[in-house]
Design a protein around this ligand. Structure first.
Ligand code: SF4
Length: 355
């Protein structure tokens, strides 16, 4: 597949997920992630003078259910602050959920014995937006990529040089550059180092958090093609997080749309682009550069994403929704099936109440 970023979704047919016994590789069940935002210094001083500033709770992820099947690529899309990066960190085990469960091959990870928990930790790797921030500037690339597989007993120390050289070739880097430091590479090359480091521990799943967002458009396409190639070669499963529906459309089998910590729509990629259901998804599509004029029927997003500290009641999208009804300000819409494999959380899908 040769991705270009102007015309989503990808032209290549989706790769069939690897055969499994029907149990998803990873599942989320009712996952919440809350953060307590403490009172800052000014607030504490104001409290000394009689104010009543209190710590606030941010609901970054608010009751998410998700199944990720082996070999599948799921795109997670939403505006900055919608909770998608937090969701990715919960999936990768970087943050524990505040409530709910993460299941690995059908078993709650919180109850896994140590050896299996370690296998899960290595089995889900994360690639970040800014590789410079996640690569140790004092280490040579040979050690950045080769340290973890030696520490975890995946390879012997004497095999490290050959192992790293093979990985560097796979991600399109010259193995002769193994003695260099991260600052001696371009942004696109540094992201390839991050990808090689993730691959080095032989993961089954990779969480890509805005992994191409900091790159030039032409480099974005190259790195997306690399992800697709590695998926085929390593039988990988991806959770591909991006604010850009166009980028996600190039690589994903299925797209999940998030708004203020909740999933509001989930469907196969071609359905999201051809038959979007939720008004928020349509608004995201309206902002996407496209040659297809029919999408211009959708209205772009109005206003700002509300603060997760004080989310609106009812449907949290109602202050920005052109179709909002009185009911939308009170009742929380739940995610319901609107067609095979297609779910949406919008009251417009409910049948009119009987007279
Ligand atoms: Fe708009 Fe109401 Fe649907 Fe929310 S539930 S997206 S406010 S129509």
């Amino acid at each position: 597949m040769n991705a270009t970023l102007e015309t989503p979704p990808a032209a290549d047919p989706p790769i069939a997920p690897a055969a499994s016994n029907g149990v998803p590789l990873l599942s989320l069940r009712g996952v919440h992630k809350r953060y307590v935002q403490g009172v800052d210094l000014a607030g504490r001083i104001a409290n000394l003078l009689g104010a009543n500033n209190r710590a606030a709770v941010v609901h970054a992820v608010d009751g998410v259910d998700l199944d990720v099947r082996a070999g599948e690529v799921i795109g997670v899309v939403g505006e900055s602050g919608c909770g998608k990066s937090t969701l990715g960190r919960v999936v990768a085990g970087i943050h524990p959920p505040s409530a709910g469960e993460v299941l690995w091959e059908g078993r709650p990870v919180a109850q896994l014995p140590p050896a299996e928990r370690r296998a899960w930790n290595l089995g889900v790797q994360m690639i970040f937006q800014n590789p410079m921030a996640s690569l140790n500037p004092r280490l040579r690339v040979l050690d950045i990529i080769g340290e973890a597989p030696v520490v975890h007993g995946i390879i012997r120390a004497r095999e490290k040089a050959d192992y790293v050289a093979a990985l560097m070739r796979q991600v399109g880097l010259d193995p002769d550059y193994g003695q260099r430091y991260p600052h001696q590479f371009s942004g696109g090359q540094r992201q390839r180092i991050g990808i090689a480091r993730a691959l080095a521990v032989r993961p089954r799943m990779i969480v890509c958090d805005e992994a191409v967002a900091a790159l030039d458009v032409s480099i974005q396409a190259q790195v997306l093609n690399l992800f697709a190639q590695l998926r085929r070669e390593h039988d990988l499963t991806y959770l591909f997080i991006s604010h850009n529906l166009g980028v996600v459309g190039h690589i994903s089998d299925r797209v999940v749309i998030m708004y203020l910590g909740r999933i509001v729509e989930s469907a196969p990629t071609e359905v999201i682009f051809s038959r979007p259901n939720h008004p928020y998804t349509r608004a995201l599509l309206a902002e996407l550069p496209t040659l297809e004029t029919q999408r211009r029927d959708y209205q772009p997003i109005q206003g700002e994403l509300p603060s997760p500290l004080a989310p609106p009641a009812g449907c949290t999208f109602h202050p920005r929704c052109p179709h909002a009804m009185a009911r939308c300000k009170v009742d929380v819409p739940v995610l319901k099936s609107v067609a095979g494999g297609h779910q949406s959380a919008c009251h417009l899908n409910d049948a009119a109440p009987a007279a």
